[in-house]
Write a protein that binds this ligand. Structure first.
Ligand SMILES: [Zn+2]
Length: 177
């Protein structure tokens, strides 16, 4: 399973609700964890692997040794968020070599379904809440570059331009095959 990089249009495409909780869906989420650990990530959303469904996985522990903190969420909805916010550094597997501060609410309460379709409610705070909100944004087609400060956007512009150029080259290569 490959992780798509910006500006792949699937990162901005709409993501459909999950209606069937099949064994295939469980396989997809397992493969997403594998791809995430392989690339030293802590979270991954369906659209980042070309699966435009409301599916995300994360693990604040960040490695397969801490599998007890793995979370898979289907059709997540944010019920409430704290008014209090904080700034924290984020990266994104779809934007290699970019890190920047993003301001987000500190806590979030989430309703979702697990991989079998059972309803679950999570109260998240701090690092886990930040990771969740980053991945949740992906399900709305929102990327962390959309939430950066203007100085950071200016700073990373050359890297974005490089990613855009590489994507065009890859596309040209694909169309020749
Ligand atoms: Zn991301």
């Amino acid at each position: 399973m490959d992780i798509l990089q910006y500006p792949d249009p699937r990162l901005r495409a709409p993501n459909a609700p999950i209606v069937e909780f099949t064994p295939e869906l469980a396989k997809i989420s397992a493969a997403m964890f594998e791809a995430m650990y392989r690339t030293d990530g802590v979270g991954l959303a369906g659209p980042q692997v070309g699966i435009n469904l409301k599916l995300l996985v994360f693990n604040p522990g960040g490695d397969s040794a801490s599998s007890e903190t793995e979370v898979v969420l289907c059709n997540p909805k944010i019920v409430s968020r704290s008014r209090e916010t904080e700034s924290g550094e984020e990266g994104c597997l779809s934007f290699p070599e970019i890190n920047a501060q993003v301001v987000r609410p500190i806590t979030s309460i989430v309703e979702a379904q697990d991989i079998e379709g059972n309803g679950i409610t999570l109260e998240l705070e701090g690092w886990a809440s930040r990771i969740f909100q980053h991945e949740y944004d992906h399900l709305d087609g929102i990327l962390f570059i959309d939430r950066m400060s203007s100085p950071d956007k200016t700073r990373i512009r050359p890297i974005l331009n490089e990613l855009i150029a590489e994507f065009r080259v890859d596309l040209a290569g694909t169309s020749r095959n």
